[in-house]
Design a protein around this ligand. Structure first.
Ligand code: FUL
Length: 567
């Protein structure tokens, strides 16, 4: 095994397969950075705006980008990616190419620029800055036609030339089809592989910002890849490789491709709350500390980076619950990895095996191992054993359900196991694409998370009486008339089969006359299958009817749970 020598030199550094660029290496070392979702959606309580929302709604009372940057810094984030434009098309900077921006909002009399304020605040905090620019634009009249692509590039040029260094550009792949589109109010389909002409756009990015990383979820290979879920975990096996050409399937996104011909590492994106945008109803659902630690182990601890979203509340600030949780998260990471117990131990490496000898029984529950990825990703499989009471026992990654999870390493692999008192720990590379280049083997004792704040995102059984009047129609009834204000739908778990994406909700007091309460889509429900809330004016009802106007897959609607909120 090629190990780091005492003088810090590595013997024979011959590359093994595809290797990262300097940009990708620098990016991987950032480890954690923040997403900030903020737009008109914050004021309409939506996840996806339709494109016709009034710019006048944007009028925060206390918009404070310095607070965002300070919270993110204290939460251990090395940079911020900001939604300069989300799917609704509203620009958070005064783009000269559209009227649909902050310049037509009452905020700072239309003279404000959120992108500028945040870029400046990041620099003052020593954070890097990056932008999310949604290719899908539900406001723009030309969306779907070549003119829009020119508009999109013009906007990108503004962002890449007016706000200093940009470390990453995020081109969201979502494309729901329907939108306002300048009043056309229709569904527009595009061919994702050809419409945006990415190669030309990439060329422009490389010219304007040579150090910028390109994120794109598949249609054209960028420098980084999505990991196939917004839940906050990448596969326990995670190759930083993909093929440059050809189709990208879900397993390739989630696990990478061992035989891939290009270095395309995974970025794990998730939100500190169920949704990406702020909703009052989610204030009790901010991820718990243990959930955030689990996310850390399943992203940074699996050869990925963590892109953690903090939504901005309508007043223009990060909500105190989110900021306190984010800061506690960073403190906990430092607490867990404070003392490397291998430092005091005797370390002996022979061939592909390293033995860490603590000399006396030592309580441990975390193992950290790193490869020198500058020369490629090599390890396919390894073993971890502990000597406890004179017996060698195999260890497994307790966060992995099937198998022991001891496969790839890459930039960093963290193995969590229940606390044991071991006198020795044995790490062996069992399979590797080339001779392994291990640069770190560390051991820690993480404190138990006892007084944790509960993760209130879990399912709540609402005990309602319901039945299906046909496969796409659900009835919920009560014995007596109720005044109701919202209906909530939790999609089925781990399946798209029967998942409702578009709905109409009706109410009745007599089963004969029906009032339409709401009609619409559950935005982003496929990628982020969380509780969806339909709010309406207080309505008297004895029965509710939910029509599934469109399902993600299949022809019979299902749900994980449903809930009705009474006044
Ligand atoms: C998704 C979008 O549709 C969501 O609204 C959010 O921006 C998330 C980060 O990416 O694809």
């Amino acid at each position: 095994m090629l190990t780091m020598q005492a003088n810090g030199q590595v013997r024979k550094p011959t590359p093994c397969g595809p290797v990262p660029t300097e940009n990708q290496l620098r990016w991987q070392d950032m480890e954690m950075y923040a997403f900030i979702h903020y737009s008109l959606n914050t004021y309409t309580d939506q996840e996806w705006g339709f494109g016709n929302e009034d710019p006048k709604l944007f009028n925060p009372s206390h918009l404070d980008c310095k607070q965002w940057a300070s919270v993110c810094k204290q939460a251990g984030m090395k940079g911020i990616i900001f939604t300069a434009k989300h799917h609704c098309g509203f620009c958070m900077w005064p783009s000269k190419y559209t009227e649909y921006s902050v310049k037509n909002s009452p905020w700072k009399d239309g003279k404000g620029d959120v992108v500028r304020e945040l870029a400046d605040a990041c620099r003052a905090e020593g954070l890097k800055f990056a932008v999310y620019l949604s290719p899908w634009d539900r406001n723009h009249p030309e969306y779907g036609r070549p003119e829009y692509v020119t508009y999109f590039r013009n906007q990108l040029r503004e962002l890449l030339t007016q706000y200093g260094d940009i470390f990453e550009v995020w081109f969201d792949g979502a494309n729901g089809g329907d939108g306002w589109y300048g009043g056309a109010n229709e569904t527009r389909k595009i061919d994702r592989t050809t419409y945006y002409q990415w190669p030309e756009t990439y060329k422009m990015i490389r010219e304007l910002q040579p150090n910028c990383l390109i994120w794109n979820d598949g249609s054209d290979r960028g420098d980084l890849r999505w990991v196939g879920t917004e839940a906050g975990n990448v596969g326990e096996t995670n190759w930083s490789l993909l093929n440059h050409d050809g189709e990208v399937t879900w397993p390739m996104l989630h696990y990478g491709l061992e035989t891939g011909d290009s270095w395309v590492p995974g970025e794990t994106n998730t939100s500190i709350r169920p949704g990406w945008f702020y909703h009052d109803t989610e204030n009790e659902h901010v991820k718990s500390l243990s959930k955030l630690m689990d996310t850390y182990y399943k992203s940074v601890g699996r050869n990925s980076t963590l892109l953690l979203n903090f939504p901005i509340a309508p007043n223009g600030r990060i909500h105190p619950t989110d900021s306190l949780r984010g800061i506690a998260f960073n403190k906990m990471i430092h607490e867990v990895f404070k003392t490397d117990l291998a430092k005091k131990a005797k370390i002996n490496t022979q061939g592909n095996t390293t033995i860490i000898n603590f000399k006396k029984p030592t309580a441990i529950n975390r193992f950290v191992v790193e490869e020198n990825i500058r020369y490629g990703q090599r390890v396919k499989k390894f073993a971890l054993e502990a000597l406890v009471d004179g017996q060698w026992q195999p260890l497994k990654d307790e966060l992995v359900e099937n198998g022991d999870g001891l496969t790839t390493i890459g930039h960093r692999r963290i193995i969590c196991f229940p606390t044991i008192k071991a006198t020795q720990l044995r790490f062996t590379v069992l399979e590797s694409r080339c001779e392994p280049m291990i640069t770190r083997t560390s051991v820690y004792l993480a404190p138990e998370l006892t007084a944790d704040i509960p993760d209130s995102g879990e399912k709540r059984s609402s005990g309602l009486h319901y039945y299906f009047s046909n496969p796409k129609e659900m009835m919920i009834d009560w014995d007596t008339e109720q005044t109701i204000t919202s209906f909530r739908y939790l999609p089925p778990k781990n399946t798209r089969e029967g998942l409702v994406t578009h709905y109409t909700l009706w109410a009745s007091t007599d089963w004969a006359n029906w009032t339409k309460l709401a009609q619409g889509e559950f935005s982003n429900i496929v990628n982020n299958p969380i509780w969806q809330t339909i709010k309406f004016a207080p309505t008297k009802a004895r029965v509710l009817r939910l029509d599934a106007d469109r399902l993600a897959e299949g022809d019979r609607m299902t749900f994980g749970d449903i809930d009705v909120i009474n006044q």
